[in-house]
Design a protein around this ligand. Structure first.
Ligand code: NAP
Length: 318
């Protein structure tokens, strides 16, 4: 019999990868989304069903979970206009109140299995509201132990063909001759999206993972500067990277934070005060992550080929 899994936030970057991993025999996957049109490709996967849904509405959640065996919560946002402590309304709604509604709806429907995707360095005392709200969401999930068999994942920054991280730097490097960035010395442990999806898939029916928090990091640690320089080399745009000093970094974050889909905000800047690396004590069982160098060239080099072609055309004035 198939395992019926509801992927909340399944239309996003990690969710799509997990839906692809689960598609096929053994699973029936339901992906609720606010934007079925934008997520339509998912419905083409075998055994994957796309449902237009407001997951914040408890009645719609109840319907969603009525015949489910497991729930994966991947809903997350990076920005919240409010700069209040411990976190603003949008972080509260997405990272704390939604997990509370999810747990309540699961209990009412008799669904016990929950995978909850949080973030590395989530903590009540973190400098950023994003990380504080992620910690509060974890607490909501852990408090439900007894009624809910939860496993929490805390990924470092995730990379893969549709990532918003390396691809964003690639876009910036294509435009700017010099890249001034904040937090150039902050350390990251990028993890491949396929490995995150694999860990989620493996955990689904693994009782040994119940009640445990796992940190998901790649095999190597890089500073942000090294990552940006690596992207530059892959796309054929090796640009100087300048580490913005504090006041300029704050000014840049304030200005960029006003954009509709901001690449940086004051809260993101505060996240960069903490190295985003695992402690090595909370690895997922059998964790053997892909190196960045084995995957990033497969999608970033394609951008590189395009930019080299553009540059040759520009030089030839064609
Ligand atoms: N990507 C990373 O580098 C990274 C690193 C650490 C942790 N994480 C965490 O991993 C999870 C998945 O990340 P991701 O990169 O896949 O995110 P993503 O691509 O932005 O997708 C997020 C998903 O959440 C849903 N969503 C967003 N805001 C919502 C809201 N206000 N109400 C209801 N649904 C909402 C979206 O659903 P619709 O289909 O309705 O748009 C979307 O499918 C998040 O919790 C994130 O914090 C990600």
């Amino acid at each position: 019999m198939s395992t019926r899994v509801v992927l909340l936030g399944g239309g996003g970057f990690i969710g799509k990868s997990l839906a692809r991993r689960l598609a096929g025999p053994g699973f029936e996957v339901t992906v609720p989304t606010r934007r079925p049109g934008a997520r339509a490709a998912l419905a083409l996967l075998p055994g994957v069903r796309l449902v237009a849904c407001d997951v914040h509405d408890p009645r719609q959640l109840a319907r969603l979970f009525a015949d489910a065996d497991a729930v994966v919560n991947l809903v997350g946002i990076l920005h919240d206009g409010d700069s209040v402590r411990p976190y603003g309304r949008r972080f509260a709604a997405a990272h704390v109140e939604l997990p509370r509604k999810v747990v309540a709806a699961m209990r009412a429907a008799g669904v016990r299995r929950l995978l909850h995707v949080s973030a590395l360095k989530a903590s009540d005392t973190a400098p950023s509201a994003y990380l504080r709200s992620k910690a509060a969401g974890e607490a909501v999930v852990l408090e439900a132990a007894g009624a809910i068999d939860a496993t929490i994942f805390r990924p470092s920054v995730v990379f893969g063909p549709e990532d918003a991280f390396l691809n964003r730097f690639a876009s910036l490097l294509r435009v700017f001759p010099v890249l001034p960035i904040a937090g150039a010395g902050t350390r990251f442990q990028p993890v491949y999206v396929g490995d995150v999806a694999e860990a989620c898939a493996a955990a689904l029916d693994d009782r040994a993972t119940y009640g445990t928090i796992y940190e998901l990091g790649g095999p190597k640690v890089y500073t942000l500067r090294q990552l940006v320089e690596y992207v530059g080399s892959l796309i054929g745009r090796p640009r100087p990277v300048i580490d913005l000093p504090g006041p300029l970094a704050r000014l840049q974050a304030c200005m960029l934070g006003l954009l509709p889909n901001p690449p940086m905000s004051p809260d993101n800047l505060r996240s960069l005060q903490v190295d985003n690396v695992t402690d090595g004590q909370h690895d997922f069982p059998g964790w053997r992550p892909q190196p960045l160098e084995a995957v990033a060239p497969t999608y970033l080099s394609r951008i590189g080929a395009g930019s080299r072609y553009d540059e040759l055309r520009r030089r030839a004035a064609r």
